[in-house]
Design a protein around this ligand. Structure first.
Ligand SMILES: Cc1cc2nc3c(=O)[nH]c(=O)nc-3n(C[C@H](O)[C@H](O)[C@H](O)COP(=O)(O)O)c2cc1C
Length: 207
C-alpha cells in the first residue's frame, strides 16, 4: 500500500521563532534520512522581460544572513538575479513528506567568501568552471574537455587555481518561508513565516 503522508501534525509550540532555525531542524532531519541530495533546492528567477525560469542548485550554507549557493556569474540565472533580485526557493524532501518554500532577494556574496568556498571544490570542478560560459551553446563536448586539459598544464592538481570573476556565490535574504507537511487525504499541514516590524509572524495555512 502506498503511504503518502507522515503521522502527526506540525506542533506550533515546537516551531522556532526564527524560520532559519526551523529550516535547520528540517534540514538536519533530511540529512539523517535516506534523501539522496538534501541540499538540492529549486531556484526560480525572473528575466528582465518577466519570464520565470527554475532550475536546481545546491545549498552550500545558511545562517542568519540567508541561504547561500554558488554558480556562474555569466549564467542566465545570474543575469536574472542581477537585474531583479527577487527569487523563490523550494526544497522537497521525499522521505520526510516535507517541502519548504522560501521567497527573498538574492545578492552576490563577497569575493573572499566565494574564494574560500572555491578552494574547497575538487580541482577538476574548478577548471571546468573557468572553461564554461554556463548555458552558452557549444558545438562539441570534446572542445571543452580539450580546454580543461590545456588549463591543467597551467594549473596542475595541487596548485592554487585562481577564482575567476565569472564565478561565485549568491545569498538569498529571506522574506517569507512556508513549511509544508503531507497529511492524509491531502489535508496537509502548512505554516508560513512572514516578516513584520517586530519580527516573524507565524500563520497556519489551509492545504
Ligand atoms: C542536482 C543538481 C545540482 C545542481 N547544482 C548546481 C549549482 O549548485 N550551481 C549551478 O550553477 N548549477 C547547478 N546545477 C545546474 C543547474 O540546474 C542549471 O542547469 C545551470 O546552473 C544553468 O542554469 P541557468 O541557465 O538557468 O543559469 C545543478 C543541477 C542539478 C540537477
Amino acid at each position: 500500500m502506498k503511504i503518502d503522508y507522515q503521522e502527526g501534525l506540525i506542533d506550533p509550540a515546537e516551531l522556532e521563532e526564527d524560520p532559519l532555525l526551523e529550516l535547520g531542524k528540517w534540514y538536519d532531519m533530511a540529512k539523517a534520512s535516506d534523501d539522496m541530495l538534501p541540499e538540492a533546492v529549486s531556484l526560480a528567477t525572473v528575466s528582465p522581460s518577466g519570464i520565470p525560469t527554475v532550475r536546481i542548485v545546491l545549498m552550500r550554507g545558511f545562517d542568519a544572513r540567508g541561504i547561500e549557493f554558488f554558480t556562474s556569474y555569466n549564467s542566465p540565472k545570474a543575469a536574472d538575479m542581477d537585474d531583479n533580485p527577487n527569487v523563490s526557493l523550494a526544497f522537497h524532501w521525499k522521505p520526510l513528506y516535507r517541502q519548504i518554500r522560501i521567497e527573498g532577494t538574492a545578492t552576490r556574496v563577497d569575493k573572499a567568501e566565494s574564494k574560500a568556498y572555491w578552494d574547497t571544490r575538487p580541482h577538476g570542478s574548478r577548471l571546468a568552471a573557468i572553461v564554461s560560459t554556463q548555458s552558452a551553446s557549444v558545438d562539441t563536448w570534446e572542445e571543452m574537455a580539450d580546454q580543461v586539459e590545456e588549463l591543467e598544464k597551467a594549473y596542475p592538481e595541487g596548485s592554487d587555481v585562481p577564482l575567476p570573476d565569472s564565478w561565485g556565490g549568491y545569498r538569498v535574504n529571506p522574506t517569507r518561508f512556508e513549511f509544508w507537511l503531507s497529511r492524509p487525504s491531502r489535508l496537509h499541514d502548512r505554516f508560513q513565516y512572514t516578516q513584520t516590524d517586530s519580527g516573524w509572524a507565524i500563520t497556519r495555512l489551509q492545504p
